[in-house]
Design a protein around this ligand. Structure first.
Ligand code: DC
Length: 251
């Protein structure tokens, strides 16, 4: 049987980063199951499908045209990586993923990722529903405050990159490329408290939706090892997961 490691946890718990590094270290395949739900949500939003049209939502889940190209996510034949990562699509995915018919329609697509030499799967129900026989189950957790601070940092960093990018484009347009400031420090800004509050509110709302839904709610599998990811740097969490995996091989 293909070895599977599941890494579940709430939004911005760091599970994606940990899963990616563990998969790289072991040479395993990687499944970002959230990206599948996000791709489905994007396809439904694009088609203006009403969120109460269960049959159409289910049909769209079965017909979903989705391809992972390295770290890119392609939906309906176009690179939708940035779009699927937006908070609006994440929230829509959270709402649509509470519909049992949608989950059922996307189940086999996720299981198909379990191929030799192994799989690291991250999401909400990898250990409780999709890969119940997984050899190692991890549940990452941290408080909503810590996760919000992290997400705000990511948003601020993205804004810096966008600002640097647009500054570079303007200078290139003016034929002034020698003056492009490559130092991101020059663009550094304090984290906007308003942004921090709204991100934390979004995280709490998505947590509540994901944890209270009737089907496949977010919770640790009974046989999952729970790691508080706020207490360590990401590389320490990765090392801990790899050490646990090595121990499993000795059994
Ligand atoms: O992990 P993420 O933020 O990319 O996931 C987006 C939404 O998709 C999440 O709020 C709930 C849903 N989801 C799910 O229901 N089950 C999964 N295994 C992964 C994600």
């Amino acid at each position: 049987m293909t070895p599977v490691i599941t890494i579940d946890g709430p939004v911005a718990s760091g599970k994606g980063t940990v899963a990616r590094h563990v998969a790289e270290a072991l040479g395993f395949h990687l499944l970002d199951s959230g990206a599948i739900y996000r791709a489905h949500a994007l396809a439904c939003l694009d088609r203006n499908i009403e969120f109460n049209e269960i049959n159409v939502l289910e049909e769209q889940a079965r017909a979903l045209s989705l391809k992972f190209v390295g770290s890119q996510v392609w939906v309906d034949g176009r690179d939708a990586t940035a779009l699927v990562r937006s908070e609006a699509v994440g929230m829509a995915a959270s709402t649509l993923s509470a519909i049992p018919e949608v989950r059922a329609a996307l189940l086999q697509r996720q299981r198909d990722f379990a191929q030799a030499p192994g799989l690291v799967a991250d999401g909400r129900d990898m250990g409780t529903v999709v890969f119940t026989d997984a050899a190692l189950k991890i549940y990452l957790t941290t408080t909503a405050e810590v996760r919000a601070a992290r997400r705000v940092g990511q948003v601020a960093a993205q804004r810096q990159r966008d600002a640097a990018d647009s500054q570079a484009k303007q200078l290139i347009a003016k034929g002034n490329s020698a003056n492009i400031a490559s130092s991101p420090e020059s663009l550094e800004q304090d984290v906007d408290p308003e942004l921090a509050r709204s991100v934390e509110a979004q995280i709490r709302q998505r947590d509540a939706q994901d944890k209270t839904r009737a089907v496949a709610p977010l919770r640790p599998a009974p046989d999952a090892i729970v790691i508080d990811n706020a207490a360590h740097r990401p590389e320490q969490t990765v090392d801990a997961v790899l050490a646990l995996w090595a121990l499993r091989q000795l059994r």
